[in-house]
Design a protein around this ligand. Sequence first.
Ligand code: GLN
Length: 458
Amino acid sequence: LQRIESLDPQILSYLAVNGEGALTAARNIDEKVAAGSGAALGPLAGVPISIKDNILTQGIETTAASNILSGYHPPYSATIISKLQDAGAIILGKTNLDAFGMGSSTENSDFHTTRNPWDLERVPGGSSGGAAAAMAASLCAASIGTDTGGSIREPAAFCGVVGLKPTYGRVSRHGLVAYGSSLDTIGPLTHSVADAALLLGVIAGGDRHDATSSHEAVPDYLKGLQSREQLSSKPLRGYRLGLIASTLDEGVDRPIHDNLQRAAQHYESLGAEITTVKLPMFREGLTAYYLLAVAEASSNLARYDGVRYGLRVPADGIKGMYKGTRSQGLGAEVKKRILMGTYALSAGHVDAFYKKALQMRKVVRDEMDAALRDVDVLITPTTPSTAFKIGEHTTDPLELYRGDLMTVNLNLAGLPGISVPCGFDDSHRPGHPLPIGMQLIGKAHGEADMLRIAHIFE
Ligand code: GLN
């Protein structure tokens, strides 16, 4: 808490700090230990964790970084919050994001832009930028983010930490402020792959409050990682790793390209067989994603009408109240996406846009599933560039959307992915390195294997 107090005024990673609540929870654990009852402590006993502010926390304001939810105190907590608390975790506070998860830099937060601890003039990525920045500055021991199209993996890459997006349905979405419900996932940002494995084991599992959650048994992900000391010199013998060729083509910064090639060589030296796979439809996923995500968002965000949650701007009639509340409460990017989504779903355009995008989604998913029948994991850079300057892309939203090229397809296909730190780029300013991320893509419910392969690289 002291560290947050002294450093966060520069980084701005938190929207709310749960000081009193965290101290009480910590004291309760101390008392349990002092009582010496011998009762087992949970696997996260005393571990201070921050939560992205689009996840409901009873008793702590939850805004999704949007003015329309300011002052909203949810009457219940998300399933993952209860699971974390049952495991002994201490909820330190709520982290900043692009409002409703719509963005890649936290510049779309209605409250403030978070700074990248590696260079305060640069963005931390987004939308879970507060989470990644808090991790990079050690303002929590682990963090929970959400990923609809890359929002855990991209900020993890920009801030040099590990970010895990689970298989769709692996972690309950109950209590998550919905953006694109068929794409939304919740996962951890951590300092190590082992921490990510531990956290995933705690938050994963079926939930009767989320009909899309998977009731498949949750393996002990942490146990599945062999300690590196015990490993043979060729621990990946028999594994096949596929580099997606198009993701190393033009449009990817040279240092990122070179680091990925070095990572592939490293994997080869560990015994893995590296193949280059051609996925001709991979680049097409982005268009489908930006149609489907905004279409689902336009439907999900209809609930913010001034009646049920947060902000209400009084007016004479109900229509005036809706209009005033939504005009003032929703930010420019959110409004733009609601308009695009409503357009794509409208009677005259649904076949040309929404349905076409659904067909594209299936093509992209089939292509990735087929590739994953031949290899254990697919590999790409997490992002085509390292962290960009605050304001650099504000006049060019398409450039910003293009940054999601490597990440969105996993959400379209429901597949798990992890971004792990993979070296640095100091070409922008010699002596001032910016982190690079490598993305591993696993088979559906193949987190255990994916984590093992990531852990060995670390
Ligand atoms: N940048 C993407 C978007 O703006 C992904 C966001 C996310 O995963 N929540 O939609």
